[in-house]
Unconditional design. Structure first.
Length: 315
């Protein structure tokens, strides 16, 4: 008796599973089934009432015909272009139909529609610990599609839940083998690695992974502050090095310019004139200009006096 009860329960669950289409199915056949039932029912009603039968008999015949027509027409199904219909006959897999119009035997057959378009599943936020013992929380998105509707439905109770759980486990395994620096800098390689692991397993389920994307990586607040200070120190270091290199380059250029001006008096005079011109016509500036020849003459006289100076008595 318990075994019979368990079998009845499993049969009812299977009936419910395959009788109810998955989310996303478009019931395109309802209007068609109604028209296919209404037209013959109206024609039959006209024929029955014109046949001269007694009213109770005519009504009974009409009701029986309407019920029979409803049962026959209920087997008409229409699958959208992106759908596949999995048909079970007396609990056994019978075939895959669609897209388009199809007919299933009422009561005997059960049908489930599978969306073959690219589906998106959210990978909820996962708490992981990296190889260097840093806690992090990661969430992502999984893009996949059903490549074999038969295997996806027959082998798995819920293929969407199964692939979501397997993707979460793969994400934790992959991230757990990486350091924090690798996690932050090699996101593209991590996504490809997780995708390869998931694809290797779910291809046996009739599924195909299009891509996996990591959306956000949350780190502890104290670690964020430490990373911010480290980044700030690194920027200051680069700024100091850049400034020192600029000062060095400026000193080299100034030394080269001084050497050229020393060898060419005309260049020094041009530089002097540029400096005077840069002072501007402001009345607060007072500029006294000595001729360059006078400076050179004073220098020559000073040198001549130094050479003619008599030696001291001690010498």
């Amino acid at each position: 008796m318990p075994l019979l009860t368990e079998q009845i329960k499993e049969a009812s669950q299977a009936k419910k599973l395959f009788a109810e289409p998955i989310q996303g199915h478009v019931s395109l056949g309802r209007s068609l089934r109604f028209i296919m039932w209404l037209v013959p029912t109206v024609v039959a009603a006209v024929v029955i009432f014109l046949s001269g039968l007694e009213m109770p008999v005519a009504v009974t015949v009409q009701v029986l015909f309407a019920i029979l027509a409803a049962i026959l027409v209920s087997g008409v199904r229409v699958a959208a272009q992106w759908e596949k219909a999995i048909v079970l006959r007396l609990g056994k897999f019978h075939g895959t139909k669609g897209p388009g119009i199809m007919y299933i035997i009422p009561v005997i057959d059960y049908v489930r529609f599978v969306d073959t378009r690219t589906l998106v599943l959210n990978i909820p936020q996962q708490k992981v610990i990296t190889k260097d013992n840093v806690p992090a929380e990661i969430d992502g998105a999984l893009f996949f599609l059903v490549s074999d509707a038969e295997r996806a439905v027959v082998k798995l109770q819920d293929f969407q839940y199964a692939i979501s759980q397997y993707a979460q486990a793969s994400l934790r395994d992959v991230v757990g083998g990486l350091s924090l620096d690798e996690l932050l800098s090699e996101r593209e390689q991590i996504q490809l690695h997780i995708q390869a692991i998931v694809e290797e397993r779910i291809k046996e389920w009739g599924l195909h992974v299009d891509m996996i994307r990591l959306l956000d990586i949350e780190l502890p607040e104290d670690l964020k502050r430490m990373m911010s200070r480290q980044a700030s120190a690194e920027r200051e270091k680069r700024a100091t090095i850049t400034k020192a290199e600029g000062d060095k380059l400026a000193a080299v250029n100034l030394a080269e310019a001084a050497r050229i001006m020393q060898q060419s008096p005309g260049a020094m005079q041009l530089r002097t004139l540029q400096t005077v011109d840069g002072l501007g016509p402001s009345p607060s500036n007072t500029v006294i200009i000595f001729p360059a020849e006078l400076t050179e003459m004073v220098k020559n006289i000073s040198s001549a006096l130094t050479k003619k100076q008599p030696p001291s008595p001690e010498e």
